[in-house]
Write a protein of this length. Structure first.
Length: 433
């Protein structure tokens, strides 16, 4: 099958796999093994020398995980992918594959709280500076760039601000300097393909919409294969200078016989090998089940969320609804430019009465789950200021879009009437109606 001619709905089911060559199994088997038998000594030596790609040890790659990687790479339009143990690991690896102590990246300030803390504190402790800028002004990325800037980073649909990022504008600035744009596309699979707009790397927390059922933690990084890492070799030393981990190999040169995969191969054989954040084969299998239905689920998530946004926008006692459909000006224009087929399943709102009303609302929900997740088949609700963003200072919370009374909803696949009925019951309790 020619994957180039297939639509995303078809790729989600067929990309990277047809049947098991030995058994004929149509479903991808779970290769629950640590190690793989080599044909002979020469075969083993070739694998370890990267003269050919193949299975060595599940910490580095696994046949079940390989299908997941190929399938999501196809969905995003990339040349290769790396599955890891969590979305947090994917965020860290995406940056650490380009930056080391003394380097910096420029990141949008509009980030998931865990990513913000990773960048502001953990990477800082490792000697990597993260410079946060306001994404509403693409030129802010240029202004924050210096000779040690290795990457730009942003979320397609930032949680919790839900203002779509100016992908093409920032990617174009980065290309002037030889700086790749890394996009976290967790909240917008199929709705947006950042690689089509100039991004170099895409990552996902597969825990969310791609997996879709709240069963398996995972992360994935996709290499677009179009960024010219050699155009400014001094800008990207990790890929253009000898690497002591592989006998002085220069990655942009060493992998040319294998294709434009210098970035993603280095992430696999250096970071994943040494730091060990491997996705288990069982989780890869579980997430593959989610991939097969992601196109249908995203349609329903978007449809239900739009109806909830319209309902809340007209509801007395709701002071603000945070959703692309309620935005105006450039924010709405970007949402319409980059998001096709809907605005994801996320929505935020604030109640009159602030934080206390928000807490009452959460406690009065009966069908919605109060959990720290999103993109689940179930409808979910959380109060970010006291949970997902609680490690941030009050000033940092506001900068990332979290106000004291903000409530985030991840709208699920239930019937819309049942979703609205549960929300209405909680609203009445919170507002004392």
């Amino acid at each position: 099958m020619s994957e180039r001619a297939l639509h995303p709905e078809t790729l989600a089911i067929h990309a990277g796999w047809r049947a098991d060559p030995s058994t004929g199994s149509v479903a991808v088997p779970i290769h629950q093994t640590t190690s793989f038998q080599f044909r002979d000594a020469d075969h083993a030596a070739s694998l370890f020398a990267l003269q050919e790609l193949g299975n060595i040890y599940t910490r580095i790659m696994n046949p079940t995980t390989d299908v997941l990687e190929k399938r999501v790479a196809a969905l995003e339009g990339g040349v290769g992918a790396l599955a890891v143990s969590s979305g947090q690991a994917a965020s860290a690896f995406a940056v650490q594959n380009l930056a080391k102590a003394g380097d910096n990246i420029v990141s949008s300030i509009a980030l998931y709280g865990g990513t913000y803390n990773l960048f502001a504190n953990t990477l800082k402790d490792q000697g990597i500076e993260v410079r946060f800028v306001d994404p509403t002004d693409p030129e802010a990325f240029r202004k924050a760039t210096d000779e040690r800037t290795r990457a730009y980073y942003a979320e397609t649909l930032p949680n919790p601000k839900l203002e779509v990022f100016p992908i093409a504008e920032v990617a174009a600035i980065g290309k002037e300097f030889g700086i790749p744009l890394i996009m976290d596309n967790t909240a917008a699979p199929l709705l947006c393909r950042p690689l089509d707009h100039g991004a170099a790397i895409v990552m996902h927390s597969t825990t969310k919409y791609i997996g879709g059922h709240g069963t398996s933690i995972g992360g994935l990084i996709v290499d677009g294969g179009t960024f010219d890492w050699e155009a400014n070799p001094e800008r990207q030393p990790m890929l253009n200078t000898p690497d002591a981990s592989y006998h002085g190999a220069v990655w942009t040169q060493a992998v040319k016989p294998l294709g434009p995969i210098a970035y993603i191969l280095r992430a696999r054989v250096i970071l994943l090998r040494d730091l060990g954040s491997a996705m288990s084969p069982f989780n890869a299998f579980q997430i593959l089940q989610g991939v097969e239905t992601v196109a249908l689920r995203i349609e329903r998530h978007c449809s239900n969320t739009q109806k909830v946004a319209d309902h809340l926008a007209a509801r007395k006692g709701v002071s603000r609804v945070i959703h692309p459909s309620q935005q105006t000006g450039e924010a709405r224009a970007r949402a319409d430019r980059y998001m096709k087929g809907g605005y994801s399943g996320l929505l935020g709102f604030e109640l009159e009465g602030g934080v206390e009303a928000g807490r009452k609302f959460i406690d009065a929900l009966q069908m919605f789950y109060h959990v720290a997740n999103l993109g689940d088949a179930r409808s979910l609700a959380i109060h970010p200021a006291s949970t997902t963003h609680s490690q941030l200072t009050a000033e940092e919370q506001v900068a990332t879009g979290v106000t004291p009374g903000y409530v985030r909803l991840s709208i699920g696949l239930e019937h819309i009437d049942d979703i609205l009925a549960d929300l209405e019951g909680a609203l009445r309790a919170a507002l004392g109606e």
